[in-house]
Design a protein around this ligand. Structure first.
Ligand code: FMN
Length: 328
């Protein structure tokens, strides 16, 4: 993506510090353009109750030939150690979601001239990011695929569509805003720019690229997805996320599950094994509402098509407004 003229982001949230360092170095070997590294700000969980979740997961694990309970050594990667790698490797741009890193960490990143991008799903979060001295706000609308970043307020009430959220965030903060959620092509990017965003962030649009590493059943589900096929669940990982509705969402719907990252850790090997067995019903099929608009092609082709389409859309808009002014 970076080589094609976009800002590629290395998803570091689930990588150990050692693997993260190796991936940053591999990215540097593949591009001399700027890129970002993204991490998950940790959420504290005290004494989670696992019993109902383990009871519900047991039969599903047996179906996949897994032992009844997962073996878990830690709920999540060590954020401080991951961040130390980001700092140590002088990553040019650091983006994060699920919260705000502490003030000391942000000061260190600023001193190292690292640009910081924080995720907001409502106006309060955007204001808090600005107060904390973050450089750029990514406004993530409800259409977005994968986890929703909400960390202040009720996630179900922070499901604000991108068209409503972006101008509200632009009006509230004095920072550059990136629009995310449901943006799939040049039309979407043009709309985001019209709403006041300085850039657009796309996830789902890249998921059919070979570079995305999307598992085969996930690709198949996306290729046949209709506009009504995605759903929101907070029961697969303990955090609100959007993906194609499947049996795993159904099975866990009424189970009392521990919060993220605990539930995420409890379901990781189940979901991974289902993906390896080509079973799209027991894995997570994260993607956004725009899934039916996702296209095949390399990441470079997706970025190229986006840019060409954006230019065409803006030219059409300009031509029709010039026609209107001329009274034609
Ligand atoms: C499969 C998938 C994985 C994602 N992983 C991350 C992540 O690791 N960190 C993050 O900040 N956002 C992540 N996101 C959310 C994106 O950053 C972005 O907000 C979202 O994709 C925008 O909406 P769209 O999917 O409609 O393009 C992910 C999205 C998807 C679909």
């Amino acid at each position: 993506v970076s080589n094609a003229g976009g800002l590629g982001t290395l998803a570091g949230g689930y990588l150990s510090p050692e693997v993260l360092r190796a991936e940053i170095r591999r990215t540097r070997a593949l591009t001399d353009k700027p890129f970002a590294v993204n991490l998950f700000v940790p959420t504290a969980v005290h004494d989670p109750n696992l019993s109902a979740a383990l009871d519900a997961l047991g039969p599903l694990r047996t179906e996949l030939g897994l032992p009844p309970a997962p073996v878990i050594t830690s709920w999540a990667e060590d954020f401080d150690a991951q961040l130390a790698v980001v700092e140590d490797e002088h990553v040019p741009i650091f983006s994060f979601t699920f919260g705000i890193p502490d003030a000391e960490a942000l000061t260190r990143l600023h001193d190292a001239a690292t640009i910081t991008i924080g995720t907001a799903t409502n106006v309060d979060e955007a204001l808090a990011l600005e107060d904390a001295g973050v450089d750029v706000v990514c406004a993530q609308g409800a259409e977005a695929g994968g986890h929703h970043g909400t960390w202040a307020g009720d996630p179900w009430r922070s499901l604000i569509g991108t068209v409503a959220l972006v101008p509200m965030v632009c009006d509230a903060v004095h920072l550059p805003v990136i629009a995310a959620g449901g943006i799939m092509d040049g039309r979407g990017v043009a709309a985001a720019l019209c709403l006041g965003a300085g850039a657009a962030q796309l996830g789902t649009a890249f998921m059919l690229t070979p570079e995305a590493g999307t598992a085969a059943p996930h690709r198949r589900a996306m290729r046949t997805a209709r506009a009504t096929d995605t759903a929101l669940t907070s029961h697969v990982t303990g955090r609100l996320a959007r993906g194609i509705h499947n049996r795993l969402m159904e099975e866990l719907q009424h189970v009392e599950v521990p919060p993220y990252p605990v539930m995420n850790a409890l379901t990781t090997d189940l979901r991974r094994t289902a993906a390896q067995r080509d079973d799209g019903e027991l894995m997570s099929l994260w993607c956004g509402q725009g899934a039916p608009l996702a296209r095949d092609g390399s990441a470079q082709e997706v970025v190229g098509a986006l840019m060409a389409n954006l230019v065409a859309v803006v030219q059409d808009l300009y031509a029709s407004s010039a026609d209107n002014e001329a009274g034609t």
